[in-house]
Design a protein around this ligand. Sequence first.
Ligand SMILES: Nc1ncnc2c1ncn2[C@@H]1O[C@H](COP(=O)(O)OP(=O)(O)OP(=O)(O)O)[C@@H](O)[C@H]1O
Ligand SMILES: [Mg+2]
Length: 383
Amino acid sequence: MKNTSAASAKRLLESAQRLKALMNALPAGIAFSTDETCTYITGNPYLLEHLEMASGDNISLDANIADKKLRHFIGGKEVTGAELPMQRAIAERRQVGPLEIEVEAPSGNRWAHEAIGAPIYDENGKVISAVLVNMDLTEKRKASEAARLERFLEQQRKKIDFIADAAHELRTPLAIIKGNVDLAIRGGLTDKASIEETLRAIDHEVLHLDRLLADLTLLTADRGEFKSKVGAHLIDIGLLVEGIAKRHEGFALKKTVSMCIDTLPDVQVIGDERHLERLFSNIVSNAISYGKPGGSVWISGRIEGDKILIDIKDDGIGISKNALPHIFERFYRAESSRSKDTGGTGLGLAIVKWISEAHGGSVNATSTEGGGSTFTVTFPLAS
Ligand SMILES: Nc1ncnc2c1ncn2[C@@H]1O[C@H](COP(=O)(O)OP(=O)(O)OP(=O)(O)O)[C@@H](O)[C@H]1O
Ligand SMILES: [Mg+2]
């Protein structure tokens, strides 16, 4: 009997020593109250160091150690001891936190940490004290600040790229116009036919510039501003898509691509007719341009819940795995289509994405290189 109690006392001592070693080594703050009133609170070395306290100091807020004042702030507001997680855990008989707390140490230095308080019960379920765990927030805050800065720099880099790309695209038509005007000034246009040809070339480039500027204006407009400018009318979306597809039949014929147009669901969406036409026209013309001679373009629609999904599918050159995530970016053109001279600028799909999102919808593409592509546009139905 004596032996057994000596052995259990030894085990108890050993586990107390292990606990002490763990508390001393832990890179997190731990605090205990000696009773349920929290009038005496002690902490491990990590916590004491952050609070600028010495071993044995009572770190209870109400302890009032003459020159060692601690102040606690939650959400920037100074709080009393009763509002801290440990005291609340006892009063509310539950775990409290994690709460973000700033402690002002006696020197005025502030320590930001996250704290969790938990009650400690006796064998009868009565709360007898509490424990507190604190985790440093400085590193976490530094990391989120760095991530925020990185996001900001990324946005700035994108803006610079966009301006550079736009300037590059505008330069080409301007150079052609300048070349033709120079030719006219030098008296190089002697007959009526060459004058007419030059003016036609200039006119073509002016139109191109006009379209480009309209696209750039749309893509740089604030989305909220756009929403207030575009119409919000009830649109028979099926009829609109069928109309667009029919208008592309001539272009498809020229490319020897056949158009297969399903009867689309007879439903309505809320939106702007001109912009929706633009959206579908961009996707359908891509499907034909990047289609396969002798191939087909299929247009179909289906209803899923309170949405309409419209698929535009082709069996053309397809899009590589590497290019697919980028096709909706402004000025992006896949390698395969840059060599295929379609005269595009790479703004078409950026506009598609922009318009669909401004209408509360979305656009998605699936494709395999050499195996064709499917573009799916989703819109909420008008209720
Ligand atoms: N149906 C498709 N099949 C294969 N590639 C496609 C298809 N649609 C788009 N792409 C790829 O995505 C790129 C971006 O398309 P987007 O419509 O934005 O630009 P674009 O057609 O090159 O020029 P534009 O601004 O005149 O439309 C294309 O250059 C092409 O590489
Ligand atoms: Mg295009």
